[in-house]
Design a protein around this ligand. Structure first.
Ligand SMILES: Nc1nc2c(ncn2[C@@H]2O[C@H](COP(=O)(O)O[C@H]3[C@@H](O)[C@H](n4cnc5c(=O)[nH]c(N)nc54)O[C@@H]3COP(=O)(O)O)[C@@H](O)[C@H]2O)c(=O)[nH]1
Length: 890
């Protein structure tokens, strides 16, 4: 290549042969052209990005550009044409850019620039820059060199080579790893991350999130990263849920840290994220199970527990929905307990399915009591009858597991449906088994709670609501009545003489009677009414939403009364029960549950007082009666000390001779202000309070004393009969008390007879017979009072050491007309005859009754027909009269 200098010299040699003027003109023109060319050439050279130098064969500088001076830090004016290479090296050293010293640099330059071949090499300057130098020889000697600052390029080359090795390294990392620039573009991405997007790591470079993710997720990523780049705050182990490009939801734990350059400026970020979906699922499963167990422990409603359980398992198994079916009490039908994700129409369609050997997966699983895995509903014969039903919903496989109690009883079925034809994996089966067991615990617990609740609110014997439920039902009835202007009738019911049945026929018979009466009462009322057993023989009926009409209430009560009175068969006995009932109506007789119950109770007591087997509507004075009863009880406690008791005597007559042979002592209470009080009014009270023991003692002493007094007065000797109450009879020292009474009075034991009731004996036959034997061995006679009412059996009667049977008044009252009473009376008489016992009829008031008794060979009688109970003087008078003597003095 010709240099500018060569052209110049050639031109000058041509001009030497031309005429001076012409030549001068031409020369000037040529010089101008050449100068212009040279300027353009220099300008061009100055504008190229590389430094450039021309050297002649003598190592002298022909030309260099500004860039060259700039690269080496030499002032441009220092570089003059004709300078030697050594001069330039001097300038270079002065500029301080050379990394080598002068001689070394010169030697290096000369070795490089010698020869005729082209060369390229890099040199590193003192300031760290890398200069790539090219050398090209010039024809005829000399050379041209080019100089390019390749520092950045070198750096990126290093980076590229580093990146290549780093890529290999990070591709081993199973987590997602990436570097992004300040614009959130990927600079580096590892294989795991790239593979998720179906790419190679190199294809990720330069992409941003919007090119990889759905817009919403991309926006989320970008916003958080830009925030991080702005604030410089790293994001550490942030757990976030994303839906990836394939539509799969996954949990990531992400850490993103800003990247800074030497100037501490942020130019990008490095991120690492781990797919923690499996761990999250395990956590969710554990937390979910803990939550469900807590729900079970805290008695959360069963549907809520089952729904939570179902949602939990659905969150663990992809593409699966399920249901819990509960087995009805009848053990034959299935009803839905929870099916949050199953198509509602389908759920309804199979609700109430009967279990059986070929009833889809669930009905069959419950029937077989083992899991039934149907992988393809379309072809499995178990689904034959249900295929059309399920088709519209697209379920193809159904895996059903019976839910069993801890004793192995089927409680329901756990069903899982998939829209693909498949069977469960091992892991899925394990999870289903485990969840099914939890469902079993929840159901069993609910059943136990229901049972406890029922037991707490119901009577175990009759199954009726108990006192605990009464308050609730009554309150609701009152609220309803208040709102709609209706009545609530509260009926207190107490069976009459129930204790007698219990005592004489035993507790089993008593229980049977209570059950029979309870179910009859329930049949008499509407489903909205409530029949409650308070305990013992006490019941309450709450009549809900009543017409405000006493007659209608009375009609219901009469219905109950009639139903109760129907005979009940208790083994070999047929019992006719009766009840005393008291009614209080809301709102007239009370506004609260307590007041209504108290007033119905008072009315019931009134019914008892009025002879039982009737019902009474509450009246305010009943409470006054209760108050009165309380006061009377207090008076009774003092009556003995105040000597307010007296005895009347009722003669007993031999039916054949007509002679008085005995007298029954009957107590009276002569109250200073209340007057004469009948025993029926205070004896039960004395029994209740235990006062009967000292009172009975007094009667015994007084009767013996009086009898001895009659004898001492010269009257024909009589037997005095003294009633002994159950409480007295059970006293341990009864025998010694009797002995005391005889000793104190001096009465011969053969003139004392004790009357014990049949029911008293039947309460505890063994004990009664033992006590009666002791009395008999003393010489005291015993008669059985109220005979015929206590259900004593013939075999038991034979063992009783008694002298007389006393036919109860209730059988004598209608003796003339009632065939049943006649049958009982004649049976008792013939029984006495067979057992060699005397029989006395009590309550005899008419000639017809006497005629019947005589005709049936009854031995004795007592009753108003002959004499009412009379004073001791009255008896004396009677006996004198019988003797044909005069009336004794008072
Ligand atoms: N533990 C004790 N109980 C006693 C004592 N004194 C009496 N009683 C018991 O009280 C009940 C009621 O007795 P009372 O009012 O005295 O009635 C007796 C007779 O008056 C009555 N009676 C007798 N004959 C007739 C009649 O013809 N008609 C009719 N309507 N009543 C009549 O019967 C009662 C006697 O019954 P009973 O004892 O079963 O023979 C009563 O149960 C007494 O037992 C006592 O001191 N202690």
């Amino acid at each position: 290549m010709e240099t500018a200098g060569q052209t110049h010299l050639a031109t000058l040699s041509q001009l030497a042969v031309a005429s001076y003027e012409t030549l001068e003109r031409e020369l000037r023109a040529t010089i101008a052209v050449l100068e212009a060319q040279a300027r353009r050439f220099e300008m061009a050279i100055d504008n190229i990005p590389q430094g450039i130098c021309f050297f002649d064969v003598d190592e002298r500088l022909i030309l260099c550009n500004r860039r060259y001076a700039q690269i080496y830090g030499i002032a441009p004016d220092k570089l003059q044409t004709g300078m030697t290479l050594a001069d330039i090296v001097e300038h270079l050293l002065a500029a301080g850019t050379s990394a080598m010293d002068g001689p070394a640099y010169l030697a290096f330059a000369r070795s490089i620039n010698s020869g005729t071949s082209s060369r390229t090499w890099s040199t590193e300057l003192k300031d760290g820059r890398t200069i790539q130098v090219g050398r090209q020889p010039i024809p005829g000697g000399g050379w041209v060199s080019t100089h390019e600052d390749v520092t950045e390029l070198a750096a990126s080359r290093v980076m590229v080579s580093e990146r290549v090795s780093l890529q290999a390294l990070i591709d081993w990392v199973p987590d997602y790893l990436w570097v992004k620039d300040s614009e959130s573009r990927f600079v580096v991405a590892n294989k795991a991350l790239a593979a998720d997007h179906g790419r190679d790591p190199s294809e990720m470079i330069g992409l941003n999130d919007f090119e990889l993710h759905a817009p919403e997720l991309a926006r989320r990523f970008r916003a958080s990263e830009q925030d991080l780049l702005r604030s410089g705050q790293p994001m550490v182990d942030k757990e976030e849920f994303i839906v990836d490009a394939s539509g799969t939801g996954k949990w990531l734990s992400s850490t993103k840290v800003p990247l800074r350059n030497a100037e501490d400026e942020i130019f990008g970020l490095i991120g690492i994220a781990r797919d923690i979906t499996a761990r999250k699922q395990a956590d969710d499963l554990r937390d979910g199970q803990a939550h469900i167990l807590e729900m079970i422990a805290t008695s959360a409603p069963l549907p809520e527990v089952l729904e939570r359980l179902m949602r939990l398992i659905e969150s663990q198994l992809s593409g699966i929905v399920g249901s819990v079916l509960l087995l009805d009490k009848d053990g034959a039908h299935l009803h839905h307990g929870a099916a949050p994700s199953l198509a509602k129409e389908y759920t309804h369609a199979i609700d109430g399915t009967r279990i059986g050997p070929k009833v889809g997966s669930c009905g069959t699983a419950a029937y077989r009591r083992e899991p039934v895995i149907v992988t393809d509903i379309v072809s499995d014969p178990l689904w034959e009858d249900f295929r059309d039903l399920v088709r519209p919903y697209g379920y193809r496989s159904c895996w059903s597991t019976p839910i069993l109690s801890h004793t192995g009883v089927v409680l329901g079925v756990f069903a899982m449906y998939s829209k693909t034809v498949r069977e469960p994996t091992k892991a899925e089966s394990n999870l289903i088994d485990f969840t099914t067991r939890i469902a079993g615990i929840a159901i069993e617990r609910k059943l136990a709670e229901d049972r406890i609740h029922f037991m707490a609110n119901h009577d175990a014997l009759t199954g009726l609501p108990n006192r605990a439920l009464l308050g609730d039902r009554l309150s609701q009835a009152i609220l309803y009545a208040q709102r709609y202007g209706r009545w609530v009738s509260v009926v207190f019911i107490d069976l009459d003489n129930f204790k007698l049945v219990n005592d004489t026929l035993g507790h089993n018979a008593g229980d049977m009677l209570l059950k029979a009466v309870a179910s009859r009462m329930v049949e008499c009322v509407r489903a909205t009414d409530t029949v409650v057993r308070l305990g013992g023989d006490e019941f309450v009926v709450v009549l809900f939403d009543q017409d405000p009409n006493v007659d209608l209430v009375a009609a219901t009560l009469q219905k109950i009364r009639t139903a109760i009175a129907e005979p009940v068969c208790l083994g070999e006995h047929h019992i006719r029960a009766t009840a005393s009932m008291g009614v209080a109506n809301y709102p007239d007789d009370g506004a609260t549950t307590d007041v209504l119950l108290a007033n119905a109770d008072a009315a019931m007591y009134r019914a008892k007082e009025l002879g039982r087997d009737n019902f009474q509507f509450y009246a305010p004075e009943f409470n006054a009666t209760a108050q009165e009863k309380f006061l009377l009880q207090e008076e009774l406690r003092n009556a003995l000390a105040r000597a307010e008791f007296t005895l009347l005597y009722q003669p007993q007559v031999d039916l054949r001779s007509g002679n008085v042979f005995a007298a029954e002592a009957l107590i009276r209470w002569n109250h200073p202000s209340l007057g004469l009080i009948a025993p029926m009014k205070f004896i039960p009270m004395a029994e209740e309070t235990g006062l009967i023991v000292p009172i009975g003692d007094w009667v015994l002493h007084e009767a013996c004393r009086q009898n001895k007094a009659w004898q001492d007065a010269g009257l024909p000797p009589l037997v005095v009969c003294v009633n002994v109450s159950a409480r007295q009879f059970k006293e341990k020292n009864l025998i010694s008390r009797v002995v005391d009474a005889l000793t104190n009075s001096g009465l011969d034991v053969k003139y004392l007879e004790l009357e014990v009731t049949e029911s008293l004996i039947m309460q505890n036959v063994e004990m009664a017979v033992a006590t009666m034997n002791q009395l008999q061995s003393l010489g005291v006679q015993i008669s059985i009072d109220d005979f015929g009412t206590g259900y004593s059996s013939l075999s038991a009667l034979k063992t009783f050491p008694v002298a007389r049977l006393k036919i109860d008044k209730s059988f004598i009252n209608d003796l003339a007309t009632d065939e049943n009473d006649q049958a009982v009376a004649s049976a008792v008489i013939s029984l006495g005859q067979k057992l060699n016992l005397r029989v006395i009829a009590e309550g005899v008031e008419t000639d017809d009754q006497i005629a019947f008794l005589r005709k049936n060979n009854c031995d004795e009688m007592q009753g108003y027909h002959f004499s009412k109970p009379v004073s001791a003087h009255g008896i004396a008078r009677l006996l004198y009269k019988e003797q044909g003597g005069h009336t004794p003095p008072e």
